[in-house]
Design a binder for this molecule. Structure first.
Ligand SMILES: Nc1ncnc2c1ncn2[C@@H]1O[C@H](COP(=O)(O)OP(=O)(O)OP(=O)(O)O)[C@@H](O)[C@H]1O
Ligand SMILES: [Mg+2]
Length: 418
C-alpha cells in the first residue's frame, strides 16, 4: 500500500492531469481490462492487455517499453505482469540478462532455460516451410553472417556471404548450424560456391568454419534442427532464458539475438499461440549498431508473429542508438510506455519525445517505488502496482542487500489480484 500523497504533490499531479487532458488524453476506465495490475491514481483498478487493446483498435502496436531509474520496480512489474498474463491465457518468454527470472518461471511456468551453461542451445533458423522460401533464406543468411561477424570479429566477406547463401538454400527444413558448417567445409574442398567468379584458394572459408565451431562450442546454439528445450517449452508457460553467463561480454548481443530469432522461427509456425516476449535491460542490445538495427526490424515484425514485445531500460538516452539520433523507430513502434521515476532531465526528455505536457516531468521524477505513468493510445494513467505476497517473494531483488537468503523464502500458493 502506498501512503497518501502529500498535498503539494496532489496539487502538482492535478495540474499535470489538467494539462494532460487539454493535450487530448483521456482518463479512460481500464478496470475491465485483464489482467489487473494495480490501482489508478485517477480512481479505480488498472488493467492492461496489449492483445485486447490491439484488437479493439485502441493501440496500433502491441509493443511496450518500461523505463525508469534503478530499483524502482521495472522488473517487478514485468514479473507480476507475465504471471498475470499467463493466468489469463497468454504465455511468455523473457530474456533474462541477470538471471533473476528463474524463480518466477519455476513457479508460474516452464522454468529457466540456461544457455551457454552446458544445456541445449537454440536454433535461430527459419525452416522454409514456415514462411516463404525467400524470406526464410534472407532471415537465415542474416543470422549466419551475424554469427560469423561476432565470432570472427569482422564482417563476413562477400565470398563467405555467397557460400553461406549457397549452403543454406540447399538445406531446406534441415537448416541448422552443424549442417551449415559441414556445407561450408564441403564447398571449400570443391573450390567455392557455384558460380563464384572471384579468386578462390583452398582454406578461404576456414575462418568462417572456425567461427561456427566457436559458436557451437559456446552452447548458445543447437547443432541440429531440434531447438531443444526452448521449442518444447515455448507457448506453455513462462520461459526465462538465462543469459547471465554472457551478460557484460561481447557475446551477449549475439546471444540475445539468437534467442529472439529462435522465437521468431517458432512463432512463424502455423498455430503458434500469442506470446509476450520481455527483454530486460534492452539497452544492452543498443550498444552494437548491427544488433540495434536487427532489433528494430524484429520489433516491427511483432504483429505478424503474434508477439507483444516488452523492453525494459533505464533512460531514453540508453536507446538512442536503437532509435537513432533523429528517428525514434523503436519508440514509435512501442505504443505503450511505462515510465517509473527518472531524473528530472530524463523525465523532461521523455515528455518531449512522447509529446506529453512538460509539467508532467516533475510528476514522473517524484514517483515512488512501484508507481509509474502509463501512456498508450489516448490513455494516460498514474498507476500504483500491487504485488501479491507470492509475487513479492518472486520479485525481491533487494534480498541480498538486506542479507536475506532468497532460497529460504517460502512461497504461498495464492495468486490474487488478477
Ligand atoms: N510494486 C511494488 N511493491 C512492493 N515492492 C516492490 C514493488 N516494485 C518493486 N518492489 C521491490 O523493489 C525492489 C526493486 O525492484 P526491481 O528489481 O523491480 O527494480 P528495477 O527497476 O528492475 O531495478 P534495476 O534497474 O536495478 O533492474 C525489489 O526488491 C522489489 O521486490
Ligand atoms: Mg530490473
Amino acid at each position: 500500500m502506498t501512503a497518501p500523497l502529500p498535498t503539494a504533490r496532489r496539487v502538482l499531479e492535478a495540474t499535470s492531469t489538467a494539462a494532460t487532458l487539454m493535450a487530448g488524453y483521456s482518463e479512460e476506465d481500464h478496470s475491465r481490462l485483464r489482467p489487473l495490475l494495480g490501482s489508478s491514481r485517477f480512481g479505480g483498478a488498472f488493467g492492461y492487455n496489449p492483445f485486447t487493446l490491439y484488437r479493439a483498435g485502441a493501440v496500433s502496436s502491441p509493443n511496450a517499453l518500461v523505463l525508469g531509474k534503478i530499483g524502482n520496480g521495472k522488473s517487478a512489474l514485468v514479473k507480476s505482469y507475465l504471471a498475470r498474463m499467463l493466468a489469463n491465457g497468454f504465455p511468455a518468454l523473457v530474456i533474462d540478462p541477470k538471471g533473476e527470472y528463474g524463480p518466477l518461471a519455476e513457479h508460474f511456468g516452464e522454468g529457466a532455460v540456461s544457455l551457454m551453461r552446458g544445456g541445449e542451445g537454440v536454433n535461430p533458423f527459419v525452416p522454409p516451410s514456415a514462411c516463404d522460401t525467400s524470406t526464410a533464406l534472407e532471415f537465415n543468411c542474416e543470422m549466419a553472417e551475424r554469427a560469423i561477424q561476432a565470432l570472427a570479429g569482422r564482417p563476413a566477406t562477400s565470398l563467405e556471404g555467397a557460400s553461406v547463401r549457397s549452403v543454406l538454400s540447399a538445406l531446406g527444413d534441415e537448416v541448422a548450424f552443424l549442417p551449415l558448417r559441414r556445407g561450408l567445409v564441403a564447398l571449400d574442398e570443391r573450390g567455392g560456391p557455384p558460380g563464384w567468379l572471384g579468386r578462390y584458394s583452398r582454406g578461404s572459408l576456414a575462418e568462417a568454419v572456425a567461427a561456427l565451431d566457436r559458436l557451437l562450442d559456446s552452447g548458445l546454439v543447437s547443432a541440429g534442427r531440434r531447438t531443444g528445450s526452448l521449442a518444447s517449452r515455448l507457448g506453455k508457460g513462462i520461459v526465462a532464458v538465462d543469459l547471465s553467463a554472457a551478460f557484460g561480454s561481447t557475446l551477449y548481443s549475439l546471444a540475445a539475438t539468437m534467442v529472439l530469432a529462435s522465437v521468431r522461427a517458432l512463432q512463424l509456425q502455423p498455430g503458434s499461440p500469442r506470446l509476450v516476449v520481455a527483454v530486460d535491460e534492452i539497452w544492452a542490445l543498443a550498444e552494437d549498431p548491427e544488433t540495434a538495427r536487427w532489433l528494430r526490424s524484429y520489433w516491427k515484425l511483432s504483429r505478424a508473429l503474434g508477439i507483444s514485445n516488452l523492453g525494459v531500460t533505464h533512460r531514453l538516452s540508453d536507446l538512442r542508438q536503437v532509435a537513432g539520433p533523429t528517428t525514434t523507430a523503436l519508440l514509435q513502434d512501442s505504443e505503450t510506455v511505462v515510465a517509473f521515476a527518472m531524473e528530472l532531465s530524463d523525465a523532461a526528455e521523455f515528455c518531449r519525445e512522447r509529446g506529453l505536457p512538460p509539467d508532467l516531468a516533475r510528476t514522473i521524477s517524484r514517483l515512488s517505488k512501484g508507481s509509474a505513468l502509463w501512456q498508450f493510445g489516448k490513455s494516460l494513467c498514474l498507476v500504483d502496482h500491487r504485488l501479491t505476497a507470492t509475487e513479492r517473494i518472486l520479485c525481491d531483488t533487494d534480498g541480498r542487500l538486506r542479507g536475506e537468503n532468497q532460497a529460504d523464502a517460502r512461497l504461498g500458493g495464492e495468486g490474487g489480484g488478477r
